[in-house]
Design a protein around this ligand. Sequence first.
Ligand code: SAM
Ligand code: DTB
Ligand code: SF4
Length: 357
Amino acid sequence: MPSNQVTQAAVNQHEPSNDMTSSVATISKVATIVVEKVNALPSETIRWPLEQVEALFDLPFNDLLFRAQQVHREHFNPNELQLSSLLSIKTGACPEDCKYCPQSARYNTGLEVERLMRVEAIVEAAKKAKHSGASRFCMGAAWRSPKDKDLRVVEEAVRQVSELGLETCATLGMLNSEQAASLKTAGLDYYNHNLDTSEDYYKEVITTRTYQERLDTLEHVRSAGMNVCSGGIVGMGETRTDRAGLIANLANLPEPPQSVPINNLVQVPGTPMDNVEPIDEFEFIRTIAVARITMPGSYVRLSAGREEMNDQMQALCFMAGANSVFYGEELLTTNNASVEHDRSLMATLGIKPQSLS
Ligand code: SAM
Ligand code: DTB
Ligand code: SF4
């Protein structure tokens, strides 16, 4: 409510008085009401207060899944899955210290470092992904942020992959507004940049870039007119409140991300997060369901960690509202569920890959 309406409403509650003392008291009381009302106005719209997201997590499992499935059916065909293929176009030797990541130069994970791939090799991989049935091709680079000369190479790859009739996505680290605009001009459809976890837990996971820097990159991507792909990782030793905080932060962005990857930590020997207590499977499914309910129009992607999940677990994630997966034998540096297995699982469940219209 605009503050002038608040003022009028407040004034109307008070009769004018001839008594001077009482007038001053009245004016001061009105002023107090106005200030209180104005302070109560949110600076931006909070669609999902943390407590409400936590309350969803606390629902009985069947009630939560039923609600998620209802929301899912209102917005999507429940028997369709969006398939995105990933390619690591620049691997390892990353200066950042993300404790989950095998590509950080700070941890000894035995990973083979690879320089930025040539455009022709990237396009070859995209052709294979298309042939396997993917509709989107995501290019990932182990950078803190891209250098301009490297960005030109990625932009050429984006142009050529788009010409194959695939949607394009890239995840290259932090972007400034000029870099976002030039990727948009090259035809990039989606930019992936994850919040990863709650703002509170974030400092336990990454110290070399701030949460605010992540939000700034998302703002640059949104302002450039690209679709935002942003989600996080669970199973890093965070609490349920942290998971609720991550989902609330995503759902309360100026626009919910068009795509929300929910990764289950892939534990890689040599990273500080190897051997953390894995997340309970029902809690993982709950996280998917809460993402679905709070971001009804977004694609929720069952992301890393699928290779370790059995078919029943994946089916429950689809029931909870996941409608996208990473498809192809590899994620960036670790294995994914096999294409053959995914095809057979989709056939068993009567799920069809979403085609580009
Ligand atoms: N370097 C860029 C950046 O961090 O923005 C882009 C690539 S980075 C590997 C993309 C995302 O992969 C991370 O934000 C994180 O959410 C996810 N990721 C990395 N390692 C993972 C792991 N071991 N398990 C699950 N997800 C992981
Ligand atoms: C996302 O949220 N998950 C993908 C993608 N965005 C780039 C990456 C998963 C990486 C898993 C570990 C690896 O293979 O290196
Ligand atoms: Fe680097 Fe990205 Fe891995 Fe962090 S997640 S270490 S920024 S590649």
